[in-house]
Design a protein around this ligand. Structure first.
Ligand SMILES: NC(=O)c1ccc[n+]([C@@H]2O[C@H](COP(=O)([O-])OP(=O)(O)OC[C@H]3O[C@@H](n4cnc5c(N)ncnc54)[C@H](OP(=O)(O)O)[C@@H]3O)[C@@H](O)[C@H]2O)c1
Length: 250
């Protein structure tokens, strides 16, 4: 269907070299987009670009460093001339009891998961506003942006910030034809959740509290990513799309 066609569009996916980001990037590439992966690990970047095919490139980028983001943007524009779509997806997890949560650990998670999203969006929005051709931005939050994850207060706080950053930007950038939506995954089997799956009790709790009774897979995010990036969602902005196997409905 033409509504989902991303032919001729250029999409940046931060944290696209593995996990949910790679699942989304595979969907975007299959729908015809040229994809630029932004992440830190050079070997994984190369492997992801190869997997996505000849229309894809990967660029080193650390979302905690504004200069690194600016240089990834420059390299992306040199390769593709423009950016139409951004998935601000890079993030890190963290599990600590609140009484043991020091400022260093708080900053590590908030800097990557909330301030990192702000930095990347700021860089790409300057380009989108300059071009004046609109665009679609998708922020990866979490179902734990609206619910409490007891052993990850810093992660929950950062993701709650991402949900509301998406609403604020959705309202503000609508006048520029730039849509901003939030995608909130539930429990997904990636490296970030290896520790949860390693323990029978926490693994069973994650599956048991998910009505569809399974872990999400990165490939489950291909369709939602194409939907949010494409004209199929053209009247949606400032919205949160929850992709969680029913977790937050229960
Ligand atoms: N898995 C879940 O259950 C779940 C649930 C809800 C939300 N999420 C969110 O979904 C997003 C993707 O997570 P995932 O589960 O796919 O985790 P993952 O497999 O650990 O992947 C994380 C990705 O982020 C990149 N990244 C991390 N820190 C970065 C930095 N400073 N600069 C640039 N890239 C960075 C990593 O690449 P490099 O290390 O090479 O930089 C990697 O590509 C995250 O925002 C996460 O919070 C995950």
């Amino acid at each position: 269907m033409d509504l989902f066609d991303l032919g001729g569009r250029v999409a940046v996916v931060t944290g696209g070299n593995r996990g949910i980001g790679l699942g989304m990037a595979e969907g975007l590439a299959a729908a015809g987009a040229s994809v630029a992966i932004w992440a830190r690990d050079a070997q994984r970047n190369k492997a992801a670009a190869t997997r996505l095919g000849p229309g894809a490139r990967a660029f080193g980028c650390d979302v905690t460093d504004a200069a690194s983001i600016a240089s990834a943007m420059q390299a992306t524009l040199a390769a593709f001339d423009k950016v139409d779509i951004l998935f601000a997806n890079a993030g890190v997890g963290g599990a600590t009891r609140f009484q043991d949560l020091d400022e260093e650990e708080w900053d590590r998670v908030v800097d990557a998961d909330l301030t990192g999203v702000y930095r990347v969006v700021r860089e790409v929005v300057r380009h989108l506003q300059g071009r004046g051709a609109g665009g679609s931005i998708v922020l990866t939050a979490s179902v734990f942006g609206s619910r409490g994850l007891p052993y990850s207060p810093h992660y929950s706080a950062a993701k709650g910030g991402v949900v509301n950053l998406g609403r604020s930007l959705g309202v503000f950038l609508a006048r520029d034809g730039i849509r901003v939506n939030v995608l909130s995954p539930g429990w997904v089997a990636t490296e970030m959740t290896d520790g949860v799956r390693a323990h029978d009790k926490s693994n069973e709790a994650a599956i048991g509290r998910t009505p569809m009774r399974r872990w999400g897979e990165p490939a489950d995010f291909a369709g939602p990513a194409v939907f949010l990036a494409s004209d199929a969602s053209r009247f949606m902005t400032g919205a949160e799309l929850v992709v969680d196997g029913g977790y937050s409905a229960g």
